[in-house]
Design a protein around this ligand. Sequence first.
Ligand code: ADP
Length: 250
Amino acid sequence: MIKIRGLTKDYGLNWALRGVDLHLKPGEFVTLVGPNGAGKSTLLRIVATLLAPTSGEVSVGGWPFPQHAARVRRHIGLVSHQSLLYNDLTAAENLTFFAKLYQLQDIEDRVERALKKVGLYARQRDTVGGFSRGMVQRLTIARATLHEPDVLLLDEPYTGLDQEASQLLDSLLQQESENGRTILMITHDLVHGLEQCQRIAILKQGRLVANIKSADTTPSEFLDLYTQHTRSNHKKRNPKRQRTKPGEAA
Ligand code: ADP
């Protein structure tokens, strides 16, 4: 469903991605972890067609882009740091607005189903400005999946959620996964990220340094693996370190 090959991104001052290969099968749930600055958001923004890569190939559902970016966008739902919701509109008005924007059919039914799915049907007439962070996040998922995309991309969806809201999000994402949605999620929460997914990948300095099935590891084994792979990140940086290109040792 998602194919990434030899992906690089050069922002000018440094290489954020240095040749990443990653494939997600239809319906697969993959978590991407890594230290700050590893290139996770850059990768997600490229897959979301919001950012052009420097080189490499990316396709969603067999459609390569940037050539087919508009078509690809119809197959993608994105949950990023911004909810894109309007605080002064109600939950139902927000979803209706996005349904019209996507030019969807049967808007009333679709909005009702989406609100029920995320457990906010009873709050449909309340304005989003009065919602808790967890409710906003659930409504954001309803917004991002309103057009029934094949792929759901999530950038740190657990940020700012308390335990109860995290658990509600867990079951919502499991439900999306069971419904066959392909999911690529970035998170800093290693244990949580591991529990949720079928495969977990570690990105470090723009390279994938591990890509394993979650069933093949335990949380403590994975924490060890993560520390092992990212340890050099905690070492004191050499200020004279040269800028490296893809293919060169970082
Ligand atoms: P992560 O999401 O893993 O924290 P990012 O993808 O945000 O990593 O960033 C990867 C690298 O690219 C970092 O060194 C960051 O400073 C740099 N970077 C990210 N966005 C930009 C940008 N818009 N312009 C220049 N450099 C950027």
